[in-house]
Design a protein around this ligand. Sequence first.
Ligand SMILES: NC(=O)c1ccc[n+]([C@@H]2O[C@H](COP(=O)([O-])OP(=O)(O)OC[C@H]3O[C@@H](n4cnc5c(N)ncnc54)[C@H](OP(=O)(O)O)[C@@H]3O)[C@@H](O)[C@H]2O)c1
Length: 442
Amino acid sequence: MPGRSLLAIWTVCSPGASSCHFIHSSVICFTVRAFIVFLSSVLPLSVSSGTGLVFGGRAVHLALTGATGFLGSRLLLRLLLLGNEVTVLARSGPGDVRERLTLALTAMGTPREAAESLMRRQVRAVTIELSEPWLGLSTTGFTELANSLDAVWHCAGDIRLDGDLATLRVVNVEGTRRMLELADAARRRPFLYHVSTAYVAGCRREGVVREDDLSAEHGFESAYEQSKYEAECLVRAWAAERRRPAVVFRPGILLSDQPVRPGIPRHPLQYALQLARTVMVGALGMDDGAGRLRLRALGREDAMVNLLPVEWAAEAMTTLAERSPAQGAVTYHIVHPQDTPVQVMTSVFESVLGVQLDLVPAVREPNVLEQEFPRHRGFTAYLAYRRRFDDTMARRLLGPFPSPADVDANYLLRGLRTADPTPPALAPPGRDPDPLHSGSFR
Ligand SMILES: NC(=O)c1ccc[n+]([C@@H]2O[C@H](COP(=O)([O-])OP(=O)(O)OC[C@H]3O[C@@H](n4cnc5c(N)ncnc54)[C@H](OP(=O)(O)O)[C@@H]3O)[C@@H](O)[C@H]2O)c1
């Protein structure tokens, strides 16, 4: 694949790459980069007028929201390795943003020195607040930012599945409106890349959801789903009214088999495990059933869920961004080709929490734990779904592209550990309670 090998050379010779220091010749690096730019104009390299390796012979300058988050930090790494200059739009939070980003890059396996170099040479951080007019910037600052951009990646979101609609709308809907205003104000009419979710499909439990489907007719399982649906409607309307290109990505549930580390954003199943423990402590005064508790939950034994490694999702999204047509709004499902049986997921939770989890059509005479869990429908609703997300358009554009890792029980277990060198064993509750007491899942 010429695109990939050229990308590797570009990365090695990018200003931030340490190999360049070994060569000690900026002339050589400049020549190689210029050569790649030339080759990209004559080879079928994955280059378009969107974001990507080059843009009119120079690196693309793009803005990215959500870069401190679980998905956004992976997108940041991919976009930097593609040679882009990135203005990270981040809210002020605990700790220095640049340090948080460097930590996230190193947690993904980037050597500390290379991460610092990428950050120094290709990343600018601007403090924003999505809920405020002009993103909390002065009007001059807002206009200057807008005019510096070739592409806008909007990944930030409030992903609290238990959140109320009014709160979630502030970031997910109004925040998206602010980002559209930024794209509107920009002189160079940047491409917009908007991260939505496959779950805008709402309560549609069966059948096939297509990439161009967008409807509220089935209702929503959570205010989160509804707020993301409303945001996607805004993006589509904006692209149609302004005749601007917009790419909407709809990932399934993202996760990683990298263990939990302090200071590194977590994925939804890690949150779900934390929530389950909190519920158990609240209801029973203990966070571990030691294999003796039974929990019946509304669901179907043949239910399926789409779980996808986040690293693969970020690579697919940046690849699609390079290849997507430059007109109108296009939507891509970013999903695993194999849905995961919900029973695989519940077996892992059984093992980790020490409860027996049964999926049933109705829960009669619920015990104290069973009364608590349904209050968290944002997490538990998907135990009864069998729908499939069609990704024909994404696959067509990706072409031959490596498949994501299998998401099986061992993958899930790895992703629920804390950073601990001891690999846990998958054991059914009651038979081998060791993983429940090892502390490695805390
Ligand atoms: N995780 C999934 O399984 C999944 C699946 C499908 C779609 N998505 C979508 O992917 C996107 C990223 O999700 P994620 O899992 O990476 O979530 P995450 O780890 O919670 O990250 C959310 C990001 O949004 C930023 N943010 C939140 N409120 C903000 C505000 N008011 N102003 C500026 N920035 C703000 C956060 O900044 P701080 O670091 O300051 O909090 C963080 O960088 C979301 O749009 C989500 O809907 C996620």
